[in-house]
Design a protein. Structure first.
Length: 122
């Protein structure tokens, strides 16, 4: 059993029981963690935490709005040229605190927050 846990990088969980000394020594030698619990809720929380660490996180893009770029130009700030895009919101809404994805011809050319965000009313 210890060899199987070692090869699969598993953890042994024991609830309300004592661990046999020979199993504990073998697990220690193969560096297989053994966790013992007397309270079921503590064990379940520990298992949940371990699974959360092992599952890769996923990112999901949620579109809240879209805009068309009307004109691009550069401004100078502290002797540094900064690209600026003049846009018109065509659908939904955009907020400064959001992350943006700028797409041109199906290719993502910018992902992240915008440094400047100015609203003009017409």
């Amino acid at each position: 059993m210890i060899c199987l846990c070692f090869s699969s990088l598993a953890t042994i969980y024991a609830f309300n029981t004592n661990i046999n000394q020979t199993i504990a020594v073998e697990a220690s030698r193969k560096q297989v963690p053994i966790r013992t619990f007397n309270v079921i809720y503590h064990m379940l929380n520990n298992i949940k935490d371990e699974l959360t660490k092992r599952i890769p996180s996923t990112e999901e893009d949620v579109q809240t709005g879209s805009a068309d770029i009307l004109q691009t130009f550069e401004i100078t700030e502290r002797n540094k040229k900064i690209p600026v895009a003049g846009c018109r919101v065509t659908d939904g809404s955009l907020e400064k605190k959001q992350l943006f994805k700028l797409i041109r011809n199906g290719q993502v050319i910018h992902r992240g927050k915008f440094k400047f965000f100015v609203f003009l009313s017409s």
